[in-house]
Design a protein around this ligand. Structure first.
Ligand SMILES: Cc1cc2nc3c(=O)[nH]c(=O)nc-3n(C[C@H](O)[C@H](O)[C@H](O)COP(=O)(O)OP(=O)(O)OC[C@H]3O[C@@H](n4cnc5c(N)ncnc54)[C@H](O)[C@@H]3O)c2cc1C
Length: 552
């Protein structure tokens, strides 16, 4: 193992400061990576473009932001003491609490001092003569590392609003994904929200309570189910905290490491009509993502999916009093669960308020932003504040914002024209010693992302330890293994209804319109097994090199 200058706060000098591992991003993946690699005795440095830790929970401070997986699932499991020592207040923690938790983790494990904040990775070049990356930051620092770990998140590169006329708007506008860390005046203002995905669905009820008038601009409706949020169930917490490793192991035997309210489902045909209705009603009453798992075959059988979707549409019509508005809010262009299911608090009931208008920009598109509001093809809507909740450049956005090159001048996404090319979603093809935590080709955003990140960090730590024990300098995926893994990912998705839907998880090939579902949908349980088999087989599919083989 080489060097190591741990005194990274010192002024930059040449030669470049050398680390074993540079971890880019200080969200929940990056934080655990810094901790785990540090435990191995490796010298580690974190780079984070933001001013603090937390990733998604640092940036997304919009009112109403909260996790849509239960807090008891959506937290680290690597330290039982950490789990036991932090008590969530709500069933679904809100953003301030999630951010406080991640700051607590950073302090408890001494991670903050390993991170350069307000410092982005700008460039990285693999140098075969030294078997290291040379790294340049946005602040002009020059560093080197043996391993580069991108913990940059799949939903961290926000789409920027590019509506014509935005520059002329005399009011205020904000992006939900970069909600300013200051008081944004809401009370008594005419507010416009553009976007009704997970973020919009969380924001809208909260804004409606304070706005003098709220206009929601919806291009196409998404399915949303009630969260049924409330105080954390103390007995449930006590049971979970009593056996943290046991609970983690049990979650890893599920498809997404998300507790299922009703337990593992059987196919639709296995239930009588009364049992089906009972399951749907019970799941609606329990709330949350479980609506995706009422019947085992609802993601693959259109008729079964229709039964679930019809049930939710009937609920929407039952809540929203204006029948025209209710119809506009009922999704009919995609199967339920084929886009991320939104989880809300009083979303549909918000449309019963006098001060809320739904503008259907699918039928009447936005033409431009004016000095005083938003002009659609037919109507002008006055606004003092515009909130954009328009999503992210998912999966590759954060990678495409930086310049990472291998020895052939390629970037990690150079060969992704027909979908991502990775081994296990962790290493991109053609790159040595480069890791993408929770990358496309892993279960990624389909799973509980805390556990998903823990799994990828643990696998990477094991791989580095394996290499160091054997004096190996480089690792890269074998091209044949990448091809085989891409086929496995495609095969798992082949029968999915969601493959045919416009969705941030679907890559559409430009030449023939064929589709690639980017995350691995075979389940976190099966994925974890495959990772264990790969480790047991001496990291099958990964090609290793010794320093001498690459020496100039
Ligand atoms: C609003 C919202 C709600 C979500 N809710 C849930 C949920 O309920 N359940 C769930 O499982 N998942 C949810 N997700 C998915 C979420 O992405 C993960 O849960 C999790 O936060 C990902 O953590 P991460 O560390 O992998 O990435 P992130 O949290 O995205 O962190 C990546 C970090 O990398 C930094 N970064 C990016 N590029 C660079 C660069 N070049 N240089 C330096 N730093 C860089 C970013 O600033 C960011 O801090 C949500 C996502 C969003 C956007």
């Amino acid at each position: 193992m080489l060097i190591l200058d741990r005194n990274f706060m010192a002024p930059q000098t040449t030669p470049a400061r050398a680390y074993d591992v540079i971890v880019v991003g200080a969200g929940l993946g990056g934080l655990y990576a810094l901790h785990r690699f540090g435990q191995l005795g490796l010298s580690v440095l974190g780079l984070e473009q933001a001013a603090g830790v937390g990733g998604v929970w640092f940036h997304n401070r919009y009112p109403g932001a909260r996790v849509d997986v239960e807090s008891l699932d959506y937290c680290y499991y690597f330290s039982p003491e950490l789990y036991q020592g932090w008590t969530w207040t709500e069933r679904y923690a809100a953003q301030p609490e999630l951010l406080a938790y991640l700051n607590h983790v950073a302090d408890r494990f001494g991670l903050r001092e390993k991170i350069l904040f307000e410092t982005a990775l700008a460039r990285a070049q693999w140098r075969p003569e030294s078997n290291r990356y040379t790294v340049e930051t946005s602040t002009g620092q020059k560093l080197t590392c043996r391993f580069l770990v991108m913990a940059t998140g799949n939903l961290s590169a926000a789409r920027k609003p590019d509506f014509p006329g935005l520059d002329s708007f005399k009011g205020e506008w904000v992006q939900a994904s970069h909600w300013p860390d200051r008081q944004v005046e809401l009370a008594g203002r005419r507010i416009a929200v553009i976007g009704t995905g997970s973020t919009g669905v969380q924001l809208i009820p909260v804004l409606a309570e304070q706005a003098s008038h709220l206009t929601v601009f919806q291009r196409s409706p998404n399915f949303s189910v009630p969260a049924r949020n409330g105080k954390l169930d103390a007995a449930k917490f006590a049971a979970a905290a009593a056996d943290v490793p046991g609970r983690r192991a049990a979650l890893l035997q599920t498809r997404a490491a998300i507790s299922s309210n009703l337990g593992p489902p059987s196919p639709y045909a296995a239930y009588s009509p009364e049992e089906r209705q009972d399951r749907l009603e019970r799941q609606w009453a329990l709330g949350g993502q479980g609506m995706n798992r009422v019947f085992a075959d609802q993601g693959t059988d259109q008729k079964v999916n229709d039964a679930v979707a019809d049930f939710v549409r009937a609920k929407i019509r039952g809540i929203v009093k204006n029948p025209q508005t209710a119809e506009r809010l009922c999704p009919t262009d995609h199967p339920i669960g084929s886009r991320r299911l939104c989880v809300d608090t009083h979303y549909y009931a918000t449309y019963n308020r006098e001060n809320v208008t739904l503008a259907d920009i699918g039928a009447d598109p936005i033409a431009r932003i004016t000095e005083t509001g938003i002009q659609t093809a037919s109507t002008h809507y006055e606004a003092d504040l515009i909130v954009f909740a328009i999503g992210f450049h998912a999966f590759r956005g954060a990678l495409d914002q930086v310049d990472i090159r291998n020895e052939h001048g390629e970037t990690p996404t150079t060969n992704w024209n027909r979908g991502p090319r990775t081994l296990l979603g962790l290493m991109p093809e053609g790159f040595k010693n480069l890791f993408l935590l929770t990358g496309p080709g892993s279960p990624s955003v389909l799973a509980n992302m805390v556990i998903m990140n823990e799994e990828h960090v643990n696998f990477t730590a094991g791989l580095i330890a394996h290499m160091d024990a054997r004096g190996l300098a480089t690792v890269q995926p074998e091209p044949a293994a990448v091809t085989a893994w891409s086929a496995t990912v495609a095969e798992a998705a082949a029968k999915l209804l969601r493959l045919g839907v416009k969705n941030y998880m679907v890559h559409v090939n430009q030449d023939d319109g064929s589709r690639v579902f980017m995350p691995y949908v075979g389940g976190l349980d099966r994925y974890t097994e495959i990772c264990r088999e790969t480790e047991a087989a001496g990291y099958r599919g990964f090609a290793f090199g010794r320093a001498a083989e690459h020496a100039p």
